[in-house]
Write a protein that binds this ligand. Structure first.
Ligand code: TA6
Length: 313
């Protein structure tokens, strides 16, 4: 509620799973589950939800939660021999009580630091030591920021490589009324055509069927325009050159047990990612990947907000 003091609260969520609730003075809020280091809610100052979580989502570890912002690490999708999207989203993270300094805007006071480290069993699956630090922050203006820092802590001198994605599910009013700007004319790998490489057309992307594309070397800003809701999401990203756009549409929706048959009409995944060129870290080295999500209340046709200006601004 607006006017309340900013707060960070550890509490119980669905099925008693631990979650942290972030609240900003002007009323925006966010929730992140320690299971998966998984953001499951981001609300604006009016208390309106901005992220999609399926009504059939299962909050039972180790099954990943369907919706919000799952983290794909150390493998995106089936690009490797680990389980789909890696294991970070299926693990229990801890609160990082002593995180190393993170240069950030001093105005940002509402945040939580989480950490994931491998257990001996994990190392049997992926034979590497690492420290994965995740900061989830809310700005005074209600923007949501996720900053990942992954450090190679192998003591055997071995480097490791990984691919990564913030698999963000945006909540939209009607997928057929949504446009994505900022990916025009880019090359992409089409997951529906054995990852064959194509070049995107010159106009904004719209949706009338299943889409599952990895856009390569994209600009650092992408706009998702929800005409009906007169809302534009602006996704800003650092250290994440690629972007995945995904909507399962009707047939795949029916095939997913934790996804409602009509849920595809109200979600769009636009995922800041590092896929085409895996990240390689030598022992002692650290990688950082960050996204900042904003929800701007107006849309292209109102003329108030021209996404091109946003993308160029
Ligand atoms: O990011 C797109 C994608 O890789 C799709 O191919 C689809 O599988 C989606 O992720 C969901 O994956 P999940 O493992 O969460 O069912």
């Amino acid at each position: 509620m607006a006017g309340e003091k900013p707060s960070v609260e550890l509490c119980k969520g669905i099925n008693g799973l631990d979650k942290v609730v972030l609240r900003e003075a002007r009323g925006s809020s966010a929730e992140v589950y320690l299971f998966g280091g998984h953001v499951t809610s981001w609300k604006n100052e009016h208390g309106e939800e901005l992220l999609f979580v399926s009504s059939k989502a299962i909050f039972k570890p180790p099954k990943a939660i369907r919706g919000g912002i799952p983290i794909c690490f150390p493998q995106f999708s089936s690009h490797g021999n680990l389980e789909q999207h890696g294991f970070a989203r299926n693990k229990f993270w801890s609160i990082d009580t002593n995180p190393p300094q993170l240069p950030s805007n001093s105005l940002i006071k509402t945040f939580v630091d989480l950490i994931l480290k491998p257990t001996d069993d994990d190392i049997k699956i992926w034979p590497h030591s690492y420290e994965f630090r995740l900061r989830v922050a809310l700005t005074p203006g209600g923007d949501l920021m996720l900053t990942s820092r992954i450090r190679n802590t192998n003591s055997d001198g071995k480097p490791f490589s990984f691919t990564f994605a913030y698999h963000t599910y945006f909540l939209v009013s009607d997928i057929s009324e949504v446009r994505v700007e900022g990916l025009e004319t880019l090359d992409y790998l089409d997951n529906l055509k054995e990852r064959e490489r194509f070049t995107e057309q010159g106009d904004a992307i719209t949706f009338e069927s299943e889409v599952d594309k990895i856009y390569l070397s994209t600009p650092t800003k992408i706009a998702i325009i929800d005409h009906e809701k007169k809302r534009t999401f602006v996704l800003r990203k650092d250290g994440l050159p690629d972007a995945v756009v995904w909507n399962p549409w009707d047939r795949k929706a029916k095939a997913m047990p934790d996804f409602g048959d009509d849920d595809y009409k109200h979600m769009l995944s636009v995922e800041a990612a590092a896929i085409e060129k895996p990240i390689i870290l030598k022992p002692g080295e650290e990688w950082k990947g960050r996204i900042e999500l904003s929800a701007v209340p107006s849309s292209y046709c109102s003329g108030q907000l021209d996404p091109q200006k946003v993308l160029q601004g």
